[in-house]
Structures are given as structure tokens and as C-alpha cells.
Design a protein around this ligand. Structure first.
Ligand SMILES: [Zn+2]
Length: 384
């Protein structure tokens, strides 16, 4: 069977596991583990604390550092409320396109990796080749975070990672981070006629937002030159909620905000500044009236950006494999930043278009699958 036929067959199996982020991915991980262990890969399956999700980390070739990681997330986004022309979890082929939830984002890439595994295994690999299939990417890159921690614990240092998110096989070397927070304000209720006896949570939330907006102006000046649009770290408040009624001093308020840092230092700048403002100004003012008043920030998710590197081994390798000399930056976030933070050089390059991701009738073209298989085939040769 040729590579494409095998990849199609595997993709059909992968699509049939409904690995929506909220649900278990264990069946898919067991299936992939089985295929990889059949060809002699060394397998490590790491479960999360709930025991219902797992990462798969598998290695072919020699032991040790300096390997190449092929990375993909096993979870998919839900299909609720979407109007599909056929069952999203039964792969369907029509006119050279394969339809199903996760075909492009990003089981197509995983299927290509698994289809190539027997060929990789038959080669005399000079460097380790790793497969990293993670959980919960779509809800904050939880799996990849646990995976890089585990690699640290194992003291294993692969040198480059290729993340196969759908880029239409273009090379992506950068994306912004995405940091999300909810800040809760607890004041003291009272009659509106005596505001000095209460602590108005809305008022403090407003002062907090004003400080965030002032910081967002400063961020425009701080950014180093780059190709993102806009080329600075953005910060915005997306939701505000609070209070009970017009004539009651608001005892609670909540601010949901996010920032998309161009560089890690910008995120640290915002966090330090806003924390200092809370600690030195807002909280003392609230507590002067009511000792239990408080401001607490809950981290919803902090997904690191991928900073384009001057000299990147991953970019060099993928450009050699694809023949592309240009590398771009994109607006969507991926697990690549986590791998980079863990010391690997990382790029994103995978089959299918991000245009089809998360949509009804998601598809990948056979031509894209073939292009990906070609890249992997050349990777095997390069490593042997
Ligand atoms: Zn994805």
C-alpha cells in the first residue's frame, strides 16, 4: 500500500475517535501507541490528573538529546450547533477532499506521521525522531505544557520541533502569545446614599481597567520591530460584569481581559505593573474601608507566543524539506511557543488550511496530505 492510501486509512480511524477536548482521548492514544510500538518505537504514555486524557511521546532511532519532534494535538473542537452535510466522525471522501472533524486541525498531520512510521523505523536514523501527540490544545495547550515538563524531568533535550498545524504546508516561524485573565473585585454593599460606608467594586474595576488601557498605550511604544499586525502587544477587556441595582453600592465586579504579547517581556511588563497598582493603590484603598475587600486575578490560560528566531534549526530543516525559502508569521496560537520556551527551535508546518479549521464540513485535500508525506519522507532521508 502506498503512503497516501495508508495515511487515508489511518485518518479514517483517527476521525472515528470523537476526541473533543472535553472528552477522553485515551482510545486514540492507545491506537497510535499500538501502531508505533508495532514498528519498534519506544513509547511513553502520560496521563493527566483526571486519568481520562493522555499525551503520547514515542521515539525511533538512537536515544538521547538532539532529536527532532513531530508534534500534533489529538483533540478537536466541538461540532455543536454546526450544520454538517455528513457525520463529522465518519470520514467521507469526495472530489479529492477528505471530510470530518479534525481532518485538517490536525489529525491529517498525525495520520501522515503514523503512515510514515514503518519507513522511519526501517531507516538507520542518526538522530532520535520523536512523535508527540498531545491532549487539550484547543483549551489552553494543557497537554503540551505537561509534555514539556515531563521532558524536563526526563532531562531529554530534543533540538527542533515541527508542529503540524494546518498551514497549507507553508512555514510559520512566529505567532503572538495569548494570555487570558479574569479579575474579581469584592467590595462592600450598602445604601447608595452613603457611598463612604461601602466599597464600590465597580468603581475599583473601572480604575483597574483604566490602568490596563494606559498600559496598552505604552505597549505600542515598547514592541521591538516585527512582522505581526498590529506589530505591538494588544490588550483588551472583553467582558465586564458587576453590581446588583442602581441604588446599591456594588459589592462585586468582574473583568475578563486578555493580551496577545509579541514578546514574553511585554506580558511580564503588564503583569508587574497591574499587580503593583493593585497592591500599592487599589487594595489598600478598599481595605481601608472594609478589611475583607479584595481583588483577585485568576489565570484562564497563558499560551506562550512563538518568537521568530534569528537562527533557527527547525526553520532551516523545514525549508530544506519543502524547498520554501520564506517563513511567515500568523495570528493564531499553537503549542509551538511552549516547545520554544522549553529550549527547542520550533516552526509550524502542516497540511490543510486554517480556513477549514473549526468549521462545519472541515476537510483536508489529498494533495495536501501528499505534500506532507513528501516532506516527512525527505525528513527520514535527511536524518539517516
Ligand atoms: Zn489545531
Amino acid at each position: 500500500m502506498d503512503h497516501l492510501a495508508r495515511a487515508k486509512e489511518i485518518l479514517g480511524e483517527l476521525i472515528a475517535f470523537p476526541t473533543i477536548s472535553a472528552d477522553s482521548n485515551l482510545q486514540l492514544i492507545a491506537y497510535a501507541s499500538e501502531l508505533l510500538s508495532q514498528v519498534g518505537a519506544r513509547i511513553s504514555v502520560m496521563r493527566d490528573e483526571t486519568g481520562t486524557k493522555a499525551n503520547l511521546f514515542a521515539t525511533l532511532g538512537p536515544e538521547g538529546d538532539g532529536g527532532i519532534v513531530l508534534s500534533g494535538h489529538s483533540d478537536v473542537v466541538p461540532v455543536d450547533g454546526q450544520n454538517w452535510n455528513s457525520d463529522p466522525f465518519t470520514m467521507r471522501e469526495e472530489d479529492g477532499l477528505l471530510y470530518g472533524r479534525g481532518t485538517c486541525d490536525m489529525k491529517g498531520f498525525i495520520a501522515c506521521c503514523l503512515a510514515m512510521a514503518p519507513e522511519f523505523a526501517a531507516l538507520e536514523l542518526k538522530r532520535p525522531l520523536h512523535f508527540a501527540f498531545t491532549y487539550d490544545e484547543e483549551v489552553g495547550c494543557m497537554g503540551a505544557r505537561a509534555l514539556v515538563e515531563e521532558l524536563k524531568r526526563m532531562e531529554l533535550r530534543p533540538s527542533a520541533a515541527i508542529i503540524g498545524e494546518p498551514t497549507s504546508m507553508r512555514i510559520i516561524e512566529g505567532h503572538k502569545g495569548c494570555y487570558e485573565y479574569t479579575t474579581e473585585f469584592t467590595g462592600l454593599a450598602g445604601h447608595a446614599s452613603r457611598p463612604e460606608l461601602g466599597v464600590n467594586a465597580i468603581e475599583f474595576a473601572m480604575r483597574y481597567i483604566n490602568r490596563l488601557m494606559a498600559l496598552s498605550e505604552e505597549l505600542k511604544e515598547r514592541a521591538p520591530s516585527n512582522r505581526f499586525s498590529p506589530p505591538w502587544t494588544t490588550l483588551q477587556v472583553g467582558r465586564v460584569e458587576g453590581g446588583a441595582a442602581r441604588n446599591v453600592i456594588a459589592s462585586h465586579a468582574r473583568v475578563e481581559w486578555e493580551m496577545r504579547p509579541v514578546v514574553e517581556a511585554d506580558a511580564a511588563f503588564v503583569k508587574e505593573n497591574i499587580t503593583a497598582y493593585v497592591d500599592e493603590v487599589l487594595r489598600p484603598a478598599m481595605q481601608a474601608v472594609h478589611a475583607q475587600a479584595d481583588i483577585a486575578t485568576h489565570v484562564v490560560g497563558e499560551v506562550e507566543g512563538l518568537e521568530p528566531a534569528e537562527d533557527s534549526e527547525a526553520r532551516r530543516i523545514v525549508s530544506e524539506l519543502t524547498g520554501l525559502t520564506e517563513a511567515e508569521v500568523v495570528a493564531f496560537g499553537t503549542e509551538a511557543g511552549l516547545f520554544q520556551t522549553a529550549g527547542m527551535s520550533a516552526v509550524i508546518c502542516g497540511p490543510g488550511s486554517i480556513e477549514q479549521a473549526h468549521k462545519p464540513d472541515e476537510f483536508i485535500s489529498l494533495e495536501q496530505m501528499e505534500a506532507c508525506l513528501g516532506m516527512l519522507e525527505r525528513l527520514g532521508k535527511r536524518l539517516s
